[in-house]
Design a protein around this ligand. Sequence first.
Ligand SMILES: [Zn+2]
Length: 360
Amino acid sequence: MVPGMTTPEAFEPVFCTIVPPHVLDKLAQARDSALASPARRTLEHDAFQRTRRRMTTVLGAPSVARPGGAEAGKPHRTVYDARHGTNLPGRKARGEGEEPGKDATVNRAYAGLGATYELFLTAYERDSIDGSGLPLNASVHYDRDYNNAFWNGEQMVFGDGDGEIFLDFTIPVDVIGHELTHGVTQYTANLTYFGQPGALNESVSDVFGSLIKQHTLGQTAADADWLIGAGLLAPRVTGKALRSMKEPGSAYDDDVLGKDPQPATMDGYVHTGHDNGGVHINSGIPNHAFYLLAARLGGHAWERAGRIWYDVLTGGELATDASFADFAKLTVSAARARYGEGEETDAVLKAWEQVGVPTA
Ligand SMILES: [Zn+2]
């Protein structure tokens, strides 16, 4: 233990999976064993990884030096093929600048890493996850029927899904962006992965994950779907994605998966010990505040709305144990600092008011 730390959670490095445990728990109870057993195996795997990571106390990750020959302002990507095993990273499948190969999963992962790098560089002048050109590594085809994707503190890992409920996890570019943004958070505000700071950590990943998709497609706030994980659910599932920032709680309602439990406002705040204190559930509230801000401002959401969020994440004032209200207040100061008293600051205040988070 590090002196002064009271709970192990306070120092726990994020082992974030895009599919939260409450979804897999529900799936693991399915009568059909073809649905239940991949979910059970994924849950066991994820629980083991969480425990393993809890024992290695890391605050952020050591910055890896820029590899020889890599230029500033250019990504340095490597995609590996785990070949359905769990040894990471696996065999190298595509390096930076190499032509696409036959494996569409490898190519999607490569493109998604590039899209993430591109948004952070062009919109926020950030050179990779750590701001210093960190190489971006990803492994695909992880394990068999593995129903998840995660950032393990050092790299991205994608399962192929079981094909019954989940498809290939490299399909939604916002899932790739979500996971890599956990890396950005780890190197900056390092929000504790529990309760409200944990839900903020999750929400920041959804916000930039969605912005990466919008930036790639050149969409305005009005054009965007504001979904996380669109295209990931198999056709038999009644649902459109894992989460909706525009309408939290409406992403899916399925006999096997259950119903999307996300609240949009503080009235629906869920008190639970599961899912690290509901990090993937209550993230619906700050997600919706961001959506309301972006919708009110219009245009490209990564420009003003995204800039305000990015300023808070990287500004040095956001505490690791920040509450929703702490975060909301900082977004107001960030909007004022960058844009003065005007439409942006006013829209930030209104967005938080609509979701019931105080800013005063
Ligand atoms: Zn996450």
